[in-house]
Design a protein around this ligand. Structure first.
Ligand SMILES: [Zn+2]
Length: 281
């Protein structure tokens, strides 16, 4: 399930190749992935338009195309991959289309941009920038954890307002954008804070540790080009590398990398949670 580092990795790959490329056509195999506008208007918009900058907000890709923004919500298993021309294959991507191909943008340089989604929870929105907040989930997010305005004081202020377990709060996209189940577990371990601790009981000194851990883990994960635990691929079909560095996520029962005690597992708000009961208080 792509989180901030994976979506940022996809964004960087697309930003390196997409801007300035013209769209010659679009094939919409599965209209229900289009959340806005209606599929006919969506399909009709793209031919002849040129891609602009590739942006990101939280876990959403924001791809400029002419005077509008294509918002891509990958959810569980969505993938947006740039394919070379029909004749050649790139590493990890077969030349012929895999199943679950929902949308294909044909580009003037012979490449194709492909949206696939096995579980079909992913959605596409095509809106004017001024209607981003009204019509898409990308407009209703808390601060970006890597932005300068996300300070330790800002995080402490968010924590102080809530009694929910601190992990539930980290996962709440309206409070902090981009953190999902994998990085929430990793950040809390790095900060030495139990996922169960009520957010309001995270004192300012621990909030500063949590802030620093969030920055460090997310930055390191971006540098490793994301985490591949199921089917995540970047914008060119490559897997990430951060799964080699996970401290607790997916390691229930294995020895804690810091103290050697078994990593514990519990369900918290319906989400599997891995943590060390000794190192995290
Ligand atoms: Zn430990």
């Amino acid at each position: 399930m792509p989180e901030l580092p994976e979506v940022e990795t996809i964004r960087r790959g697309l930003e390196a190749t997409l801007p300035g490329t013209e769209i010659t056509g679009l094939t919409l195999f599965r209209p229900e992935v289009v959340a806005f506008p209606d599929p006919e208007e969506f399909s009709g918009f793209f031919p002849g338009k040129v891609w602009g900058r590739a942006g990101r907000r939280g876990k959403y890709l924001l791809l400029e195309v002419a005077d509008r923004v294509l918002v891509v919500s990958l959810r569980m298993t969505g993938q947006l991959v740039l394919l070379p021309g029909p004749a050649e294959a790139s590493p990890g991507v077969p030349a012929d289309l895999p199943p679950h191909t929902h949308v294909l943008w044909h580009l003037s340089d012979g490449t194709r941009l492909r949206f696939t989604d096995q579980r079909r929870f992913g959605r596409l929105y095509l809106v004017g920038p001024e209607r981003l907040e009204e019509l898409t989930p990308a407009g209703k997010l808390g601060p970006e954890p890597l932005a300068p305005e996300f300070t330790p004081a800002r995080l402490a202020e968010i924590l102080a307002r809530h009694r929910r377990p601190v992990k539930a709060l980290l996962l709440d996209q309206s409070l902090v954008a981009g953190i999902g189940n994998i990085y929430a577990d990793e950040i809390l371990f790095a900060a030495g804070i139990s996922p169960l601790r009520p957010a309001a009981e995270v004192e300012p000194e621990a909030a500063a540790r949590l802030h620093q851990a969030a920055r460090e883990i997310l930055t390191a994960a971006i540098a490793s080009r994301g985490t591949t635990v199921r089917n995540y691929q970047d914008g060119h079909g490559q897997a990430g590398g951060f799964q080699e560095r996970l401290a607790v996520y997916g390691r229930a029962g294995e020895p804690c990398r810091r103290c050697g005690q078994p990593v514990a597992y519990l369900r918290l708000g319906g989400r599997g949670t891995c943590y060390c009961p000794r190192c995290q208080v």
